[in-house]
Design a binder for this molecule. Structure first.
Ligand code: ADP
Length: 587
């Protein structure tokens, strides 16, 4: 049986195409259409109230020029104050609802992402390396969060303000409003020029910082080696080079800014000057009133901030979109298995003619056949790199075999629904993560429906109940990072208690005890033997007494099982196992 590879390319996680990102953005907008409309309505209200100021001022100018009462001036001033208040109040609610909107969308994105990440085939995660995934869960999520929380509301506000201001200016005086556009011939090309270069420039700037940091950290961490091999000069040279590059890129982006900022400033104030000059001429020829000139000039000033914000965010939104592409790209990973509803007829594991390649064409396992009876103990021994762990992972159903099959009761392991597979076969390694939460929650990860009594029993089975009850709040004590830190041996016992609850009929033990100190290891072995009781066990053995106690021993060399039999049979065979055993005995 041949199965397709999970991820394309060199095992890298996929990045979504721009079309997918746009579709996703549209989907988000559609799903939140009501709240987004609400936010925009509030901003529009606030912007409209803000436009009253210049209009009223213009009216006041004309009234004063034409002669008016102080009562009229006071009324108009009060009206201006009123509109200002309405503008501020609306804006407060607009900002608030914008923020809430951003948080909600962002929380949803993050939840979806976490769901996808936890559903990723383990083999894909391993192939892609955790670095990429960690970068996506941290840097990319941060970038998107920044864009969604601040960028989207700011862009909406700016766009709404610009459109409304221009509209009201045109209504006030179309001929005068033409002067508002004089900045565009300067602003447009300069901004385009800047945006074309900026994201690449800032990207290189960030990369150069990473190199500088890396060089420093490396020199400090390897200080002894640097000293011992007199590498000081070379390291200094490396640092100088890194700083040189960094200096160069910083100068480049500084140059970009030194062109953009003055040009943008000029482009912002040109319309104001143009309105005043053009308006002055028009007013002196009685085409417009001085009040209209005052109002449109104020509109020109009011356009500066939103245009500025819009330019700034165009840049940042590109960064956010690139990150979003990486985040939603994760959903393009093809599953490495599809569950069927075939039900195993028994609990025997059968490995037939299995090969496995991490990279296409480079098989690390060749034609493995192995059958395990229910309740049997098999020790797997052999030199490092022989393929023992890989075999263990195939038997635990973590990787689908490249060719051949691994079945339980006649059904391929990778055809079993994941939640059921984990109740049938479990892999026990040295990695035991204690999650932040109560001890009880941590053990319940083995089986969510476990009762208090079952929890206590599981902990008791692995010899952990005594210390667990002695914790400040017993089983309800908060553990994990930031709370009570368990010792490595305790963490391992918690992991074993989870296994007792999950109650799989087959266990694959990979180097389960080798990293712990001998005393702890002996305690743990006792706990372990309670867990192993009555289950099929495949133990990847590092100490040969495990092999001695096993029903059968498989010697793996170069990706093949070269010897298979009981300890006594293999000793009698006088092959690789016998010589391993002899050398271990005389150690
Ligand atoms: P053992 O457990 O006997 O030490 P492994 O099963 O870990 O052997 O490794 C078998 C071979 O597969 C080795 O050559 C190893 O380099 C390679 N290998 C192991 N894990 C990976 C991986 N994630 N990606 C690529 N090659 C791997």
């Amino acid at each position: 049986m041949t199965r397709g590879r999970a991820a394309p390319g060199e095992g890298k996680l996929p990045v979504a195409s721009p079309a997918t990102v746009r579709a996703e953005a549209r989907r988000l907008i559609r799903r939140h259409r009501r709240s987004l409309t609400g936010v925009i309505a509030l901003y529009v209200g606030s912007a409209v109230a803000g436009l009253a100021g210049p209009l009223l001022l213009g009216a006041l100018v004309d009234a004063v020029a034409g002669g008016t009462t102080s009562g009229y001036v006071a009324t108009v001033s009060l009206a201006m104050l009123g509109f200002l208040t309405v503008q501020s109040v609306l804006r407060r609610f607009a900002v608030r609802s914008g923020m809430v909107f951003g948080e909600r969308v962002f929380a949803e994105l993050r939840e979806d992402f976490l769901e996808q990440v936890t559903a990723l085939p383990l083999s894909t995660v391993e192939k892609a390396g955790t670095g990429d995934l960690v970068a996506r869960t941290t840097n990319d999520i941060d970038a998107v969060s920044h864009t969604v929380r601040f960028g989207v509301p700011q862009v909406v506000v700016s766009a709404v303000t610009i459109v409304l201001t221009l509209a009201v200016a045109v209504l006030t005086s179309p001929v005068l409003s033409a002067a508002l556009l004089v900045g565009i011939p300067l602003l447009y090309p300069v901004t385009r020029w800047y945006l074309r270069r900026s994201s690449d420039g800032y990207q290189r700037e960030r990369e150069s910082y990473a190199v500088v940091n890396g060089t420093i950290t490396e020199s400090i961490e390897g200080a002894r080696t640097v000293d011992a091999l007199s590498l000081g000069g070379i390291r200094r040279q490396g640092m100088d080079d890194a700083l040189g590059v960094s200096y160069g890129v910083e100068r480049y982006t500084l140059w970009l800014r030194s062109v953009l900022f003055p040009a943008a400033d000029l482009a912002f104030w040109l319309p104001v000057a143009a309105v005043l000059l053009w308006g002055g001429w028009l007013a002196s020829n009685d085409v417009v009133t001085p009040g209209a000139v005052a109002a449109v000039a104020l509109f020109a000033v009011r356009l500066i901030d939103p245009v500025d914000l819009l330019i700034m965010w165009t840049d940042e939104i590109q960064v956010g979109a690139a990150s979003l592409a990486r985040i939603i790209g994760v959903q393009d990973v093809a599953p490495d298995r599809e569950a069927t509803d075939a039900v195993p007829t028994n609990e025997d594991i059968l490995v037939s003619n299995v090969t496995y390649a991490y990279r296409p064409g480079q098989d690390v396992l060749h034609g493995i056949d192995l059958s395990l009876r229910r309740g049997e103990r098999l020790a797997v021994v052999g030199p490092s790199g022989a393929g023992k762990s890989t075999l263990g992972r195939l038997i635990a159903g973590i990787h689908p075999p490249t060719t051949g099959s691994v079945t339980v009761g006649g059904v391929p392991l990778v055809d079993r629904p994941l939640d059921q597979l984990r109740r049938e076969v479990a892999l026990v390694t040295q990695e035991h993560h204690v999650f932040v939460g109560s001890l009880a929650d941590n053990v319940r990860l083995g089986r969510a429906s476990a009762t208090e009594a079952e929890l206590a029993e599981a902990l008791n089975d692995v010899g952990a109940l005594a210390w667990a009850l002695a914790l400040p709040d017993g089983l309800e004590t908060e553990v994990g990072s930031g709370a009570l830190e368990l010792t490595p041996a305790q963490a391992q016992e918690v992991a074993l208690a989870r296994l007792v609850l999950a109650d799989p009929h087959t266990l694959v033990l990979d180097e389960a005890t080798s990293l712990i100190d001998p005393q702890a290891a002996r305690d743990l072995e006792r706990s372990l033997s309670a867990v192993l009781e009555g289950r099929t066990v495949i133990a990847i053995a590092h100490r040969l007494h495990t092999a001695h106690d096993a029903d059968r021993v498989a010697v793996v060399e170069g990706g093949r099982i070269t010897e298979l039999g009981s300890h006594d049979e293999l000793i009698a065979l006088d092959g690789a196992y016998a010589s391993l055993w002899r050398s271990w005995r005389t150690e």
